[in-house]
Design a protein around this ligand. Structure first.
Ligand SMILES: Nc1ncnc2c1ncn2[C@@H]1O[C@H](COP(=O)(O)OP(=O)(O)OP(=O)(O)O)[C@@H](O)[C@H]1O
Length: 256
């Protein structure tokens, strides 16, 4: 199976901090791929470099055979991206925003109208299609961002925390959209902190920490007989705090 996304020797340093450290990753086409790691592991930095939003210090990112940094137009046309801290044109309504993004992505106007209606309905935003995005809640903003990433029917979706702030009903809708998309040959790369979600949704995954891949493969290969939560804690080196930690916080040791 060919790779939908290849990251080869990606590196990024901020000041003295090596955020991504010669990272290599292969994501096979048609799979739902989870990227997990502790806070500050380098997930967002990796996804930003993979999607052409942040220039790497070294290394390359290849999307379906196209180098993101030397052939950005071709590579980006194949991708739908939900970045971290997405800035939207929030003085547009949800419907207007989708129309605008559809035009930018060169989707025929008749298709924009039908796709927008379907996306807004599927994501539970139909009633808010005429509401300005600036008035959307965090979860609604995440969902309209996802709709914008989908409108041109990309072949690779790169989603930074797509379920963050999303309610359970919309979460189910997103799961079903992503599963159907991958089952029909699309590829999804998504970061998440929720192990149960990755375990129940993703086919393959990578665990990253300190800018490096600690383990990657199919879910069963990475879990190696444990739950993903246990395996994750084992890989990233979790140590429970001793009894003395935060002792002052316990009501029995308080002053009043
Ligand atoms: N623009 C920046 N300037 C300085 N340091 C940065 C910048 N962006 C990221 N970093 C640092 O790089 C490291 C990796 O950050 P990154 O946001 O990629 O991690 P993450 O795995 O996405 O974390 P989280 O799960 O908390 O979102 C962190 O130590 C972070 O402080």
């Amino acid at each position: 199976m060919p790779s939908a996304l290849s990251l080869i020797g990606l590196r990024k340093t901020f000041g003295s901090k090596r955020a991504v450290d010669d990272l290599n990753l292969e994501v096979r086409a048609g799979c739902l791929f989870g990227l997990v790691g502790p806070n500050g592991a380098g997930k967002t930095t990796t996804l930003s470099m993979a999607t052409g939003l942040l220039r790497p210090d070294a290394g390359t990112a290849i999307v379906l055979g196209h180098d993101v940094w030397s052939d950005p137009a071709r590579a980006k046309a194949l991708m739908g991206v939900l970045p971290d801290g997405l800035r939207l044109f929030d003085r547009l309504s949800g419907g207007e925003l989708l129309h605008y993004v559809g035009l930018l992505r060169r989707v025929p106007p008749a298709d924009i109208a039908s796709r927008s209606a379907e996306l807004l309905e599927a994501l539970g935003l139909a009633e808010d299609a005429d509401t300005l995005v600036v008035e959307y809640s965090a979860g609604m903003t995440k969902k309209i961002g996802l709709a914008c990433a989908l409108i041109h029917a990309p072949r690779l979706l790169v989603l930074d925390e797509p379920f963050e702030a999303v309610d359970p009903v919309s979460g189910e809708a997103i799961r079903s959209i992503l599963r159907g998309y991958a089952d029909s040959g699309g590829t999804v790369v998504m970061s998440s902190h929720v192990m149960e979600l990755v375990e129940s949704l993703c086919d393959d995954l990578a665990v990253v920490a300190q800018g490096r891949v600690l383990a990657t493969g199919t879910l069963d290969e990475v879990r190696a007989g444990s739950s993903l939560q246990s395996r994750f804690l084992e890989l990233v080196g979790f140590h429970a705090s001793g009894q003395e930690a935060l002792a002052w916080l316990r009501s029995s040791s308080g002053s009043s």
